[in-house]
Ligand binder design. Structure first.
Ligand code: PBG
Length: 307
């Protein structure tokens, strides 16, 4: 009766991976319980999540062919576009479909944009690619697009491109405060991404030491037209989530990322921690800090635990 926060399956978005050119789902070693799905196994997984009450999925594609600009990300026949159509066929309007909007899974160099001569993403050339990806995802049936590349001006560019193409009803979930964390490691295994030359994303993602800058990034994205803003990762940035909740009035999401999930599983596998109560404590803390919406690989476990 006196409990202040409660988790509900409606709070959750399940991140899922779909891979082109495989015959059966492949387990992801560093993310126990998660798979690179085929189109078919993705449909089954989403059907089960939906039955458990999870209302939304975030989709990441793993293409067979990667190139310099990540062209499979905006190919109308690209793996994510096909998966969006499958899920729309299966669920109609009853599922919120949110493709991640970035090119790192699709580029042969692993960066989130097209590279300039110095080997770093060229911000403005990359925006033109993101505009094409947004429209391709909207045509396929996305409800919300989720730009995660941290290019300056990406929300505004995508909003304009969607509106010009007649998709003014497609919303934008902006990865607004996305940190250059060491916690994305297992994700990069999941999407077969290695950043060329041992590089990193510190040129475009945020310094892990900065909280004021996160608020500035969030305010900028809201000004550019974001409908939902996100803080990522979650657990090490509860201060940022809490501050954002106090300072802004649009829906706030938090992404409990691959490394956060993997750590809990690794400790549980050793018998050092109990998986389920720790998962509930972590995801519950993210909600308590102020997130309305939580992206987590624990979505199934949490939704099952809440039945
Ligand atoms: C970029 C993207 C990343 C994640 C989501 N979108 C990786 C990165 O920025 O390197 C990480 C998610 C996770 O670790 O669970 N497309």
């Amino acid at each position: 009766m006196v409990r202040e926060t409660r988790l509900h399956p409606d709070d959750l978005i399940a991140p899922l991976f779909v891979r082109e050119g495989i015959d059966e789902a492949r387990p992801i070693g560093s993310l126990p319980g998660q798979f690179q799905h085929t189109r078919e196994s993705l449909r089954r997984e989403v059907g089960e999540l939906k039955d458990l009450g999870v209302p939304a999925v975030m989709l990441f594609g793993v293409p067979q062919h990667k190139d310099h600009e990540g062209s499979e990300a905006f190919n109308p026949e690209g793996i994510v576009q096909l998966a969006i159509q499958d899920l729309r066929d299966d669920h109609g309007d009853d599922l919120v479909i949110i493709p991640d909007l970035c090119v790192d899974e699709y580029t042969d160099h692993g960066h989130c944009g097209v590279l300039d001569d110095s080997g770093q993403p060229d911000n403005d050339v990359t925006l033109e690619i993101y505009e094409q990806v947004a429209v391709a995802q909207a045509v396929a049936g996305a409800d919300i697009v989720a730009p995660s590349g941290m290019m300056d001006g990406q929300v505004f560019a995508i909003r304009e491109a969607l509106d010009d193409a007649g998709f003014d009803q497609v919303a934008i979930l902006a990865y607004a405060a996305k940190y250059a964390t060491a916690l994305y490691g297992p994700f990069r295994d999941a999407v077969d991404v290695t950043i060329v030359g041992g590089g990193d994303r510190k040129g475009y993602q945020q310094d892990v030491a900065n909280a004021r800058e996160a608020m500035e990034e969030i305010r900028e994205d809201i000004g550019e037209g974001a409908d939902i803003v996100m803080v990522k990762p979650a657990m090490p940035y509860l201060d940022v989530i809490s501050r954002a909740r106090a300072e802004i009035d649009i829906p706030l999401a938090a992404y409990h990322v691959s490394g956060e999930y993997a750590m809990v599983h690794a400790a549980a596998l050793q018998g050092w921690l109990e998986l389920e109560p720790v998962a509930f404590e972590h995801i519950g803390a993210v909600k308590r800090a102020g997130a309305d919406i939580i992206l987590t690989y624990f979505s199934r476990l949490i939704a099952e635990g809440l039945q």
